[in-house]
Design a protein around this ligand. Structure first.
Ligand SMILES: [Zn+2]
Ligand SMILES: [Zn+2]
Length: 116
């Protein structure tokens, strides 16, 4: 993850990303989330629909970063909202996994010892 974060920083600071971002905002100058509900708000952020850091290899991360189909023009408000929701889901998923592990642990405690 640390290695991925460094890569992400590097990608975000690259000229290629600045150009990708600029051309995306030129193509879609309006917030795409607001647009879906018929509102016209200027976009100022280019968001990655699938997180760049979810790539398993550097190549995948680069693809996710620059793929035009993985980009969304958003206003700051919608961008913050998406990331809040994402954080929430991640936390919920994390708690769900923790509960599953606890259940397995408890059931192992209750299971009769096969070795006698
Ligand atoms: Zn984003
Ligand atoms: Zn918006």
């Amino acid at each position: 993850m640390t290695h991925h974060s460094k890569l992400y920083q590097r990608l975000m600071n690259s000229r290629e990303w600045r150009e990708t971002r600029t051309s995306k905002l030129q193509r879609n100058p309006l917030c795409e989330e607001h647009y879906k509900v018929g509102k016209y708000v200027a976009a100022s952020v280019v968001h990655h629909i699938i997180e760049v850091e979810s790539g398993r290899t550097e190549q995948e991360c680069r693809r996710l970063c620059f793929d035009p189909n993985n980009l969304e023009s958003l206003c700051r408000e919608c961008h913050a909202e998406i990331h809040r929701a994402r954080g929430y889901h991640t936390m919920a998923a994390h708690q769900q996994r923790a509960r599953e592990r606890l259940k397995q642990w408890v059931s192992r405690l209750r299971a009769p010892d096969a070795s006698g």
